[in-house]
Design a protein around this ligand. Structure first.
Ligand code: A3P
Length: 266
């Protein structure tokens, strides 16, 4: 299947018309897995359990929309919104245009958190994969620290500008990843409203697990995230924090302006 025949699927849309599509497009390490897991308990939502990497991979994209849809299990009698999450979509250059062409009505969900915490989380993940890694403070002390991907990604406005070329602001919803940890039901209520769904996920669906560093879990069985989510973060030096704060100052101001949001950490 070529890219052009893939485009042509827009006109022979094979999925039932009553199914709409929402995509958690990012951001990596901001709570994308928790958000998807929590949304999955809504009776009208069907989720793709794995990251599909459809729009950011040329090979996958060539399989076409039908392949993409087939990856997401649907119970046609009750579910009417399908959701997938692939956090790398947010920073991938080709993704916004591809989604706009194939799924112009898609609802985009973007979860963001304090970029300093996000950078630490990304660093901890990298350090776990590579045995000999400098400390976070040493890592940031280098002169080219702003070029490091885990630092760059936290300048959300830079990527958001690209999305806004293809999608109107009202097709996007921003989730506060910090609040998702403290009061998940509030963030979930905003998402359900954005998706035009009745609110079916409530405060009673959650508890805070001391064995999971106090992170929220669902009361249902298997309600906590896996061991690779909610890791211990290193304490960082004030100097490191100040340096990152300075770097993110203009990014956050631009984010506030572009997204018209005012989360406590911005
Ligand atoms: P850490 O593991 O560094 O703490 P993502 O799923 O996008 O990769 O994001 C991972 C982050 O989600 C975790 O980073 C954690 O801080 C955050 N998170 C939010 N809610 C969580 C929850 N209920 N359980 C575990 N981690 C959660």
């Amino acid at each position: 299947l070529t890219i052009s025949s893939c485009w042509s699927e827009i006109f022979s849309n094979n999925h039932p018309k009553n199914l709409s599509q929402a995509i958690i497009v990012g951001v990596k390490k901001c709570g994308t897995r928790a958000l998807l897991k929590f949304l999955s308990i809504h009776p009208a939502i069907a989720v793709a359990s794995t990251e599909l990497h459809f729009f950011d991979s040329y090979t996958n994209f060539q399989h076409g929309l039908q392949w993409y849809r087939a990856q997401i299990p649907i119970n046609r009698s009750s579910q009417h919104i399908i959701i997938e999450k692939t956090p790398s979509y947010f920073i991938n250059k080709s993704t916004p245009l591809r989604i706009a062409r194939l799924l112009p009505d898609a609802q985009l969900i973007i979860i963001i958190r304090d970029p300093i915490t996000r950078a630490i989380s990304d660093y901890v993940q990298l350090r776990n994969r590579h045995r000999f890694y400098p400390s976070f403070d040493d890592w940031i002390s280098s002169s080219n620290f702003t070029q490091r991907t885990p630092v760059k990604i936290g300048c959300y406005a830079q990527y958001l500008r690209r999305w806004l070329k293809y999608f109107p602001r009202n097709q996007m919803h921003f989730v506060d990843g910090e609040n998702l940890i403290h009061r998940p039901w509030e963030e979930l209520e905003h998402v359900q409203t954005f998706l035009n769904l009745p609110v079916r996920i409530h405060r009673e669906d959650f508890y805070f697990n001391p064995n999971k560093y106090g992170f929220p879990c669902l009361r249902q069985t298997n309600g906590c995230l896996g061991l690779n989510k909610g890791r211990r973060h290193p304490v960082i030096a004030n100097q490191t924090r100040n340096k990152l704060n300075d770097f993110y100052l203009t990014c956050n101001a631009e984010l506030k302006r572009l997204a018209q949001i005012d989360f406590s950490w911005i």
